[in-house]
Design a protein. Structure first.
Length: 365
């Protein structure tokens, strides 16, 4: 009777071969607190453990922000919490940080992880909202001494097939940062026109084959074949580029898949609109002399950030800004391949009163 009342032990799924290949099979990587040796081994090989995210350019960010005890900071994209933790450590228990994230699943895990490290609500306030609402939080707390905005998608989102961010594994074509809101990428494709899709691919990822892809995707859907998985979309892309010479086809298909998934992700999450709004509100959220560091990962968002900081400097809103980007070191890129495309830009708020920056039309993407 006692045995019947006990919860039945659930055996983990067995995998073929010596090492697990699927995300859900990597049970050691998914439990870093129990299997640190395995996690460190994966990192030493230059890979990111399943369910984790390795923060990029931490040293460069801290070197610029020069965080002091007693200050108030803001992390626009909490993610796995690596940057947040590094900034909290600089406060030495004196000061406060605010962080936003739109992913309810991952932010809950990160909050628990940071609380276990001693960073509770007395030091860190986490809000489940978009970082373009920075003006609301800044008004509530009196502005920020330092701000970080890491605009990249976290590795634990990319690697989880259920999220649909990667063309390398089969999963639902979702691509939403918050799966509880909005429409998925598959639903977006259901009704999009050929002209609109071609424009999206070009504007969001500079896709050179935007016309060919838009034609192939919309025709496939019109034939009654819904593109609702990552592998279905990859298959359509491969077929659309079948005219390419064999020697360059594989690499071109890979890069085209990356750009197509990026374009769809930007669209369903309204990433450019959110970033544009954030950059307009940023000056009003910084205290005089406040510092901001921004990490960008593709040309579209980097252009927007660069133009906004340049315009702010021209108007006297920023006393200084990054004329040139800061790149991750060769050593970091070797250890973490996902760091290679990163660009860091920064600015310092001038001692003038502004609520927000009105960006010129050249900043629109």
């Amino acid at each position: 009777m006692e045995q019947e009342n006990q919860a039945q032990h659930k055996r983990r799924v067995r995998y073929k071969g010596k090492y697990p290949k699927k995300f859900e099979e990597k049970y050691k990587e998914l439990q870093p607190e129990k299997y640190q040796d395995t996690v460190q081994h994966v990192i030493r090989k230059g890979n990111t453990p399943a369910g984790m995210h390795i923060s990029i350019m931490v040293k460069e960010i801290l070197d610029f922000l020069q965080i002091q005890p007693g200050e108030t900071g803001f992390d626009a994209t909490l993610g796995y919490g690596g940057h947040t933790k590094a900034m909290l450590e600089c406060l030495h228990g004196d000061g406060h940080m605010y962080a936003t994230d739109v992913d309810p699943e991952e932010s809950a895990k990160t909050k628990k992880r940071l609380e276990e490290l001693g960073y509770g609500e007395d030091m860190l306030s986490i809000r489940l909202q978009n970082f373009c609402t920075i003006d609301e939080i800044a008004k509530e707390v009196g502005g920020f001494d330092f701000i970080l905005a890491d605009l990249g998608v976290s590795s634990m989102q990319i690697d989880n097939p259920k999220r649909g961010f990667s063309f390398k594994v089969d999963g639902p074509l979702d691509l939403r940062l918050n799966q509880e809101k909005g429409i998925s990428a598959a639903e977006r494709l259901d009704t999009i026109s050929r002209e609109e899709l071609a424009g999206m691919l070009y504007e969001n990822s500079d896709e050179p084959y935007c016309e060919e892809l838009a034609k192939a995707i919309t025709e496939e859907i019109r034939r009654g074949n819904r593109i609702d998985t990552t592998t279905k979309l990859r298959g359509v892309i491969e077929k659309a580029l079948d005219f390419l010479p064999e020697k360059e086809k594989q690499e071109t298909v890979k890069k085209t898949c990356q750009r197509t998934f990026q374009a769809l992700r930007i669209d369903v999450n309204h990433e450019f609109e959110v970033l544009y709004e954030f950059m307009e509100k940023l000056p009003g959220a910084l205290k005089p002399g406040g510092r901001v560091a921004i990490l960008t990962f593709h040309s579209g968002e980097d252009r927007l950030v660069k133009q906004a900081l340049k315009e702010g400097y021209r108007e006297g809103i920023y006393s200084d800004y990054a004329k040139d980007v800061i790149r991750p070191s060769a050593e970091e890129c070797a250890q973490n391949g996902r760091a290679r495309s990163t660009k860091m830009r920064w600015a310092v708020r001038a001692a003038v009163s502004y609520t927000h920056l009105t960006l010129p039309t050249i900043c629109s993407v």
